[in-house]
Structures are given as structure tokens and as C-alpha cells.
Design a protein around this ligand. Structure first.
Ligand SMILES: *Cc1c(COP(=O)(O)O)cnc(C)c1O
Length: 432
């Protein structure tokens, strides 16, 4: 296949770098993990993206998670148009906020009270503040490879030992902040028990991605989430599920419904905004009543509950409640990962894949079960890079990193899956 023309993207990137740090407004958009220039897009329709040179791609990024219905779903567009004709925001309450809050509480029953914010980062940051206020404790437990937005105290790299206090992962984060964070290996039940034995009474909360989606995609091993629940009950710590990615993505009720483990608090984002900037945090009434104006934990937002974002989010939440939505999404995603494994095997490339609902992970690895951070880090990144660029050349847009999860939308039909698998056949052969 001939090289695609990406001249306009390349020119825009050169121009962007003059005014925007690294040319991007979020580092994941740069192609640092795969090499080459990032693409600039001017349109999306269903499962497809169109770049500035008018190349079309089947999209598995989905705006990094929100677009579970695909691009420009008619219900979302219509809801936005209706709201546009009424106004952009009033800085005061609206009926739609009540409707979306009620819907979130219904779909995720562990959430008895919910507050809307404008990003996933704000949601996790606020949830932690509330958990600290509620428990009157400072320490937070997080896991290696989990990302919870760019919250200061959570930008902590892999600790060496289970009980080691974390080192800052980013410049500009005071050590005194990350000193409040314990970092444990994901899926290590024993390390979790040991940490609580030693420090349980100081721990305000555990924050965890119930399916880790920021180190490729790593599901929890049986007992891992259950152990957290048990320890948090015993030590009266707050269990926070960061479902910014997994919420309405792995199942209608999120990972907590899929695994049947109930957290005290949940952070949401991505899908609930329908593609507009939204986040939310919620949980038990008793805990959420700590939040201002009821309680003494301060939290606020000028654009929180933006009528446009709420309209898009509500259209999304209505569409995903249609019977059979997740069964179809799951089947489509499974067809994709099964097909990818077959084609990798045919090309003699060590490869495995995980999938739950509309979320998947691909690993260039000979290991059958990937459940630890070190296994993810040991994957063959060089082969992934080649595969990525061959997929791109053949019209498939994957996240430009070996450590990101992939997303299938309801707009991905059999035809798109087949086209993707045809591209993968070429890409695996070329990458081997
Ligand atoms: C994306 C993500 C966040 C951060 O959300 P932003 O809207 O980018 O601030 C937090 N937690 C998880 C699990 C995420 O995937």
C-alpha cells in the first residue's frame, strides 16, 4: 500500500509547536510513544475519523473513552442543538442536572448522592478530599500503573517495595504531597494486607481503577477488589473506585456491577459527558454530605453541570440503556480481540489480548495471563510501534502508545471489524 499523505497534519504540527508546548494540549496526543507526527483531525462520523489530509480511519480511541456511541451520534447532536437554542449556561441550577443525577444514582446504585465536575481529574481529586474529610485521615493508597488524572499527590511512580512511600513522578509536585501516598503493586493481595496491618488506621482511602486501563488493560485478579472492600470495612477507610474510564464502558453499572464489589465512592467522567467535558463523583449519602454547602469539605465549579455537557451526557445515558446494548458491544469487541489473536498467531507474533464490554487491551507478549505492571512493561514495544504505523497506513487509528486501552463503540459494525482484521493481517505480517 502506498504511503498516505499526511502533509497538512505535519504542517499543522510544526505550527502548533510554536505556540503550544509540544504542539499538543494533552501529552497522550503526541506520537512520542510510537514516533512520527501526530495526526490532526477535522471530522468524525460513526466509527470513522477523517484527518486534515482527508484520510479516513476506523477509530479505536473514541476521544479516549467518551464516544461509546461513536462520533456524531444523532441523539447526542440533537440534544446539543436543542440546548443551544436555550442557552449555554446560567450559573444556576437546571432541571436537566436533576435528571442526570437521578439517572446516575439509578444506574450505579452505590452512588446515593452525586456532584458534577468538569473533568475526571477533578472527580478523583474531589473524591479524595471528601474521603479525607470524612475519615479525618491523610494517607491514600494507590496502585502502580493506575492513573487518576494529574492530581498532585497521585502522580507517583512505582514504589520499590510494597510498604515504600512513593517518590514524585512529576516535577512540581512537593514531596510532602506524595509522602501521603502509598503505592502498591496492582493485583498484589498480600501487599495490600500487609500495608493495612501496618498503617490501616492512618489510611483515608484506597483509590483504584477496578479494571486498570492506563497500563494497557489489566483486569483485577479474583479476590483483589474483594480484599479492598474487606480491609476498608475493617479499618473504616473509604474505598474509591475510579471508574472514569470503566464507568458505562465495561457494563451499564460499571466495573462495580461487573465484579459485584461495592465501593463507598465512585469517580466518573468520559462516557457521562457524551464527548463534552464532564466528570462526577458520588457515593454514600453520609460521605457525600461532607461536601459544601452541607459539610465542611469545600468543592466548587463555575462550569460544573454545564447544560450542554449535561444534555450530551443525558442523551448518551439514554442510548446505552437500550436493551442488549452491552451484549452487542461486548460481542463486537470480543470478535475484534479474537480475530486479532488469530492473525497474530498466523504471523508468528507473540500476542495476547484482554476485553471486557467495550474496552480492550493488546499485548505483544508471549505470556498467557497479564495481570501485573511488570508484565505490561515487559511487552515488545518495538513490534507494537511497527504494528501501529502499519495499522495507521491501512486505515486504523489506534492509541499512539503500547500502554493504552482501546475502545470499541456501538457504531463499529461487522464491516468495520472485518476491515480492521484485514488491516491487522497486513500489519502483523509487516511487523514480524
Ligand atoms: C482519563 C482518566 C482520568 C482523568 O480524566 P480527565 O478528564 O482526563 O481529567 C482519571 N482516571 C481514569 C481512570 C482515567 O482513565
Amino acid at each position: 500500500m502506498s504511503e498516505k499523505l499526511t502533509n497538512r497534519s505535519a504542517a499543522l504540527f510544526e505550527e502548533a509547536k510554536k505556540y503550544i508546548p509540544g504542539g499538543v494540549n494533552s501529552p497522550v496526543r503526541a506520537f512520542r510513544g510510537v514516533g512520527g507526527n501526530p495526526l490532526f483531525f477535522h471530522g468524525g462520523e460513526g466509527a470513522w475519523l477523517t484527518d486534515e489530509d482527508n484520510n479516513r480511519y476506523i477509530d479505536y480511541v473514541g476521544a479516549w473513552g467518551p464516544l461509546i456511541l461513536g462520533h456524531r451520534h444523532p441523539d447526542v447532536i440533537e440534544a446539543l442543538q436543542t440546548q443551544l437554542s436555550h442557552g449555554l449556561g446560567y450559573g444556576a441550577s437546571t432541571e436537566a442536572e436533576v435528571t442526570i443525577a437521578k439517572t446516575i444514582c439509578k444506574l450505579v446504585p452505590s452512588i446515593e448522592r452525586v456532584r458534577l465536575v468538569t473533568s475526571g481529574t477533578e472527580a478523583t481529586m474531589s473524591a479524595i478530599r471528601v474521603a479525607r474529610g470524612y475519615t479525618r485521615r491523610d494517607k491514600v493508597v494507590k496502585f502502580e500503573g493506575c492513573y487518576h488524572g494529574h492530581v498532585d499527590g497521585l502522580l507517583v511512580k512505582a514504589g520499590s517495595g510494597a510498604l515504600t512511600l512513593g517518590e514524585p513522578d512529576s516535577l512540581g509536585v512537593p514531596k510532602s504531597y506524595t509522602d501521603q501516598t502509598f503505592v502498591l503493586p496492582y493485583n498484589d493481595i498480600e501487599a495490600l494486607e500487609k500495608l493495612f496491618e501496618a498503617h490501616g488506621k492512618e489510611i483515608a482511602c484506597i483509590i483504584v481503577e477496578p479494571v486498570a486501563g492506563n497500563m494497557n488493560m489489566v483486569p483485577p485478579v479474583p479476590g483483589f477488589l474483594e480484599k479492598m472492600r474487606e480491609l476498608c470495612d475493617h479499618y473504616k477507610s473509604v474505598l474509591i473506585f475510579d471508574e472514569v474510564m470503566t464507568g458505562f464502558r465495561v457494563a451499564l453499572g460499571g466495573a462495580q456491577a461487573h465484579y459485584n464489589v461495592t465501593p463507598d465512592m465512585t469517580a466518573l467522567g468520559k462516557v457521562i459527558g457524551g464527548g463534552l467535558p464532564v466528570g462526577a463523583f458520588g457515593g454514600k449519602q453520609e460521605i457525600m454530605e461532607m461536601v459544601a454547602p452541607m459539610g465542611a469539605v469545600y468543592q466548587a465549579g463555575t462550569l460544573a453541570g454545564s447544560p450542554l455537557a449535561v444534555a450530551a451526557g443525558m442523551a448518551m445515558l439514554n442510548a446505552i440503556q437500550k436493551p442488549g446494548f452491552y451484549d452487542a458491544l461486548n460481542a463486537r469487541t470480543l470478535a475484534l480481540t479474537t480475530g486479532l489473536k488469530e492473525r497474530a498467531q498466523a504471523a508468528n507474533i507473540p500476542f495476547t489480548s484482554h476485553q471486557i464490554g467495550g474496552m480492550f487491551g493488546c499485548f505483544f507478549s508471549g505470556e498467557e495471563n497479564i495481570h501485573r505492571f511488570e508484565q505490561v512493561m515487559a511487552c515488545d514495544v518495538e513490534t507494537f510501534k511497527k504494528y501501529f504505523h502499519h495499522m495507521l497506513q491501512n486505515g486504523v487509528y489506534l492509541a499512539p502508545s503500547a500502554f493504552e486501552a482501546g475502545f470499541v463503540s456501538a457504531a463499529h459494525g461487522d464491516d468495520e471489524i472485518q476491515k480492521t482484521l484485514d488491516a491487522a493481517e497486513i500489519a502483523f505480517a509487516a511487523a514480524s
